[in-house]
Design a protein around this ligand. Structure first.
Ligand SMILES: *Cc1c(COP(=O)(O)O)cnc(C)c1O
Length: 488
């Protein structure tokens, strides 16, 4: 038997398949306590098979596994609506300092003054960035920030005995969490149309805003990556009808130091620290979605809120708080990263983050618009939504293009969202990518378009060199294989 030479071979066996009886990966220290019998041997199961492997085998297994993932640290990741950008490693290190990492949420306030002061300073910074000075860092995700913000809107109307205001108006282009959060907060969702430019249809909004309107929710920038040109008119219509304006500011990457949400007529917003402010995300968590409000609404914020007192810093409860929305004061280590990130950049640095994010997205848009249709043919903000309708007519769908990008080491853009754009490919390059990386992406996108006529099978069968190719995603989600079973 001969062995084929292949220097790139990687051992992809599962841990169980590497098992050899008697091997082990650990050495326990000498016991220094008296041994005890196990409480009840009936708890012990001998049908559970565990892998028996050496330490080196474990290290190789997990190292290989870690390299199966796409990540910002390895590849360009232009995932629209989710800001997958480089998060400076020093902020991870800072948030792991013992004084920040080794404290407990139930410690008395006077033993964690520095930590509470950090929360208070971050609240102030987010208040400054958005112009909405009432801030609670409690929400654990963007969606929870929305939920908290909508509870505040409800509490505001109830405090005025205005109980018929039960409607949340949400554009058809909204992020999916918006109508879901509104429903969870007990509001009835009414949809306002987008016009053919991707803006809110102002006339339709005027028809819908009335004495039942509790709140109007708008994603800023819009899910098409656009600045809403009629924003002042829109917020005036809502305010004139007695409603509040909620901005989904999950992605502040285009607005830092350039626009204060309060100046647009926004009363309540949330922002995702795990997108814009230096926390890696993906795979479901952890997250942090602080909620920011006007002074007038601050008394309704969820608790706790960090406050400054005569003796120092404390965690307080706003007067008419909507209550607790999770166990403690939110994701502390994410707050620490965000604080370090904001302080390191300063206002000027934050502004250049947004300027560069916007320039990068517009650069890609300008270099691809002769090949790909645009959801809206005008300057974009931090992301651009391409539409592969011309490619679809030639036999290649948005999905195929996304799969082909993987062959070039590029993560797929967000696909088929927003729902109002056919064959949407939503590209967010972020400020952290170099011009060379953007040029590579542009060249690859242009080449894929050429391949449609020259060698379409290359696209239809993509990706070619990855450990897994085209997955049956629905079955994978519904019938996940979570247990190792021996080969027959
Ligand atoms: C990501 C995102 C959300 C939801 O944030 P989660 O932390 O995933 O709950 C809401 N709105 C917009 C516009 C987003 O991009």
């Amino acid at each position: 038997m001969s062995i084929t030479a292949n220097a790139g071979d990687i051992d992809r066996r599962l841990l169980m398949d590497r098992s050899v009886a008697g091997r082990k990966a650990f050495t326990l220290p000498e016991s220094d306590v008296p041994s005890q019998d196990l409480p009840d041997s009936s708890f012990l199961r001998d049908d559970v098979v565990l892998p028996e492997v050496s330490q080196l085998e474990v290290i190789r297994y997990f190292s290989v596994l870690s390299q199966l993932n796409f990540s910002i640290d390895t590849n360009f990741y232009p995932l629209g609506s989710c800001t997958m950008k480089y998060n400076p490693k020093i902020n991870d290190e800072l948030s792991n300092l013992p004084g920040l990492a080794d404290i407990h949420p139930l410690q008395p306030d006077d033993t964690v003054q520095g930590a509470i002061r950090l929360l208070k300073n971050l609240q102030d910074d987010l208040g400054e960035i958005t112009g909405l000075p009432g801030v609670s860092l409690a929400p654990l995700a963007g969606a929870q920030g929305e939920y908290a913000g909508l509870l505040i809107a409800r509490a505001y109307h109830e405090a005025k005995n205005d109980s018929k205001r039960t409607v949340a108006i949400v554009p058809d282009s909204a992020h999916g969490t918006n109508p879901a959060s509104a429903a969870m907060a007990g509001l009835d969702v009414v949809t306002v149309r987008s016009d053919d430019q991707g803006n809110v249809d102002v006339d339709n909004l005027r028809e819908l805003a009335n004495e039942n309107t509790a709140v109007f929710m708008l994603t800023i920038p819009s899910t098409l990556g656009l600045f809403e040109p009629n924003i002042l008119e829109i917020t005036k219509i809502v305010h004139d009808a007695g409603g509040l304006v909620y901005a989904d500011g999950a992605n502040l990457n285009a607005l830092l130091g350039l626009v204060k949400l309060v100046d647009l007529g926004v009363d309540i917003c949330h922002s995702n620290l795990h997108k814009t402010f230096s926390t890696p995300h993906g795979g479901g968590g952890p997250g942090s979605g602080p909620v920011m409000v006007t002074d007038e609404l601050a008394k309704f914020l969820p608790k706790p809120v960090a406050i400054q007192t005569e003796d120092g810093y404390a965690l307080g409860t706003p007067e008419q708080s909507v209550g607790t929305i999770n166990g403690f004061h939110g994701s502390f280590s994410i707050a620490a990263r965000a604080f370090a990130y904001i302080k390191a950049l300063g206002l000027e640095g934050l502004q250049s983050v947004s300027e560069n994010a916007i320039i990068s997205a517009n650069y890609i848009q300008a270099k691809l618009r002769d090949k790909y249709n645009l959801a809206a043919d005008r300057y974009c903000m931090h992301e651009t939504v391409l539409s592969a309708t011309k490619q679809k007519k030639r036999g290649v769908a948005g999905l195929d293009i996304a799969k082909r990008l993987l062959d070039f080491g590029i993560h797929a853009p967000t696909m088929y969202f927003p729902l109002i754009v056919d064959e949407a490919l939503m590209v967010e390059p972020t400020e952290s990518e170099s011009k060379e990386t953007l040029d590579h992406f542009i060249a690859v996108m242009r080449q894929i378009d050429d391949e449609i006529d020259a060698s379409p099978e290359l696209i239809h069968e993509a990706p070619h060199d990855l450990p897994v190719t085209r997955l049956d995603e629905a079955t994978a989600a519904r019938k996940p294989v979570l247990r190792w079973t021996a080969d027959e």
